[in-house]
Design a protein around this ligand. Structure first.
Ligand code: ACM
Ligand code: ZN
Length: 522
């Protein structure tokens, strides 16, 4: 009798499992191709991770991701095996899926993740984590959970390579551990770039060994303003190496931004002679100094370029990123107009106006960056006054519609991050998650050839208003999930109501990760 009841219960449980398979599949970003089967694979203490190809690191990463919640460690086998295993496999035949694509095949007795590269394998692992009960993200043993993964096959690859988030580390210093938490969450949702805005009027945040004053003076708010100390600070080069390695292991590229020629008054707190007027600046929080100041690097002073090149030497050495972002936004031209040295530079170089002087400045810096084997990115103002064809433009001023319309005649690569949809410092009243989701990065009517110039999309978070970790979390999440789907999933798959259902399930994952998120009833 006992056995019959047991069997009866087992039948209910297993039929429930089959019925709910569809409901268990909540993946963000939505995979390009997916077929859901019947049944589940269950991870037990006897489950192994087996590898085919040079994938030991990824096997360890998978084991380490799962171990805290499982409470046991999966054995890693260096050979393919057949039963109760999660196999990671490099496969040359999957080259059409590109560097980031992967295939995931879940059967009741075996899971296979295959890809052309180890990057693709990691994205398959992230999908696998999303398919498990969300408690798998806990950092302590969770008992009483059936660690099941629904049977299915997925073939997946991203629409865009650049799936970015920018964090403003200047207005408010963002501690290393908080950055790592964001990297973990970005990787879970298959974002690919973390752009760190490391310098601005409110503080210089990266150690430059040649210029200790940049961190002794330029990283601190002036004492007269009584700013809380936790909002200031800097990353040592060792800290940054740690962040870069942590991110690389999770398929996230760290792209550094060093602002020029404007948004640089924190530099003039330590080096006043590098500005046109030579005034010493006191660094204060954004709320005590709204908007953009007129002080900029003097383009007529050779010392400016000696300084910037020395800084860029260390930046190029430290960051493996093929790109260095040089800002370039919102540089007022007033002081250049009034500065004899800058006016002489314009005469000497045959430049008609100050926009051309900015363009000359950017080209000179680009040449230097290129000599270091790196590529330049700048905010879209770098177009004004002419731009070399090799620079990449980060488009942000959605009110500058002509830039989008000019794209067909521009040879430059573009990253789309307009204020209309991708500014995550704006309130949810202004840019809701649904509004983010409605963003289409390719402007209407753009030719296929020119569409290929769009490397992808990026969300930008400026830290002048929301300055504590929970408030930053809520500005970023869950909007970043909508951004990840826009960036990864093909346009024809986009559908808000389905996304919103998956989103509700992923909010639980965010809670497990210790990430705060905004909900409409807050
Ligand atoms: C920007 O928002 N100034 C790029
Ligand atoms: Zn000047």
């Amino acid at each position: 009798m006992k056995t019959r009841i047991h069997l009866f219960l087992l039948t209910i449980v297993s039929s429930f499992t089959i019925l709910s398979a569809q409901e268990l599949v909540n993946i963000i970003p939505k995979p390009q191709e997916m077929n859901i089967g019947k049944g589940v694979f269950v991870i037990t203490s006897g489950t192994t991770v087996s590898i085919s190809g040079d994938l030991h690191n990824k096997a360890e990463q998978l084991r380490n991701y799962l171990e805290p919640a499982l409470g046991f460690s999966l054995a890693i086998l260096s050979k393919p095996t057949s039963k109760n295993t999660i196999e990671l496999s490099l496969n040359k035949e999957l080259s059409e899926l590109g560097e980031e694509g992967y295939r995931l095949n879940v059967k009741t007795d075996k899971v296979t993740i295959s890809a052309f590269t180890s990057k693709g394998i990691l994205w398959g692992i992230q999908t696998l984590r999303q398919l498990l009960p969300e408690q798998i993200l806990r950092q302590a043993t969770v008992n009483g959970i059936h660690w099941q993964i629904p049977c299915l096959t997925i073939t997946d690859k991203p629409r865009f390579n650049w799936r970015g988030l920018m964090l403003d580390c200047s207005r408010t210093f963002i501690p290393k551990e908080q950055i790592k938490k964001y990297i973990d969450a970005l990787s879970f949702f298959k974002m690919s770039v973390l752009h760190l805005h490391l310098t601005d009027d409110q503080g210089w945040r990266l150690q430059i060994k040649k210029y200790p004053s940049l961190t002794n003076i330029s990283a601190k708010f002036h004492e007269s303003f009584n700013e809380p100390q936790e909002y200031e600070g800097f990353y040592s080069q060792e800290d940054m190496k740690e962040i870069i390695a942590f991110a690389a292991n999770r398929n996230i590229l760290i792209v550094p931004e060093i602002e020029m020629p404007g948004h640089t008054t924190e530099v003039f707190a330590a080096f006043p002679d590098l500005s046109c007027k030579g005034d010493t600046v006191k660094i204060r929080s954004w709320s005590k100094n709204y908007g953009v100041t007129n002080a900029v690097f003097c383009a007529g002073n050779e010392d400016t370029f000696v300084f910037l090149q020395n800084v860029l030497d260390e930046v190029a050495e430290l960051f493996p990123s093929p790109y260095i972002h040089i800002g370039g936004d919102e540089a007022p031209k007033l002081h250049w107009k009034e500065c004899p040295k800058c006016q002489k530079r314009m005469v000497d170089e045959g430049l008609k106006n100050e926009n051309e002087l900015q363009s000359w400045f950017v080209k000179k810096i680009e040449k230097y960056i290129n000599s270091k084997g790196k590529k330049l990115i700048g905010w879209d103002e770098i177009i004004e006054g002419g731009l070399s064809e090799t620079a990449t433009v980060m488009y942000w001023r959605s009110w500058q519609k002509d830039i989008a319309q000019k794209i067909p005649t521009l040879p430059n690569n573009i990253i789309m991050s307009p204020t209309s949809h991708s500014y995550f410092d704006y309130t949810y009243d202004k840019i809701s998650t649904e509004k983010v989701y409605s963003f289409e990065p390719i402007p209407e009517g753009m030719t296929e050839k020119n569409s290929s110039k769009v490397l992808g999309v990026q969300a930008n978070f400026w830290s002048h208003l929301d300055r504590t970790a929970p408030r930053m979390d809520k500005q970023l999440f869950p909007r970043i999930l909508a951004m990840s789907e826009i960036a990864w999933t093909n346009k024809n798959q986009k559908e808000w109501s389905g996304f919103n259902i998956r989103l509700q399930s992923k909010l639980k994952s965010l809670s497990m990760m210790g990430v705060y998120f905004y909900t409409a009833n807050q």
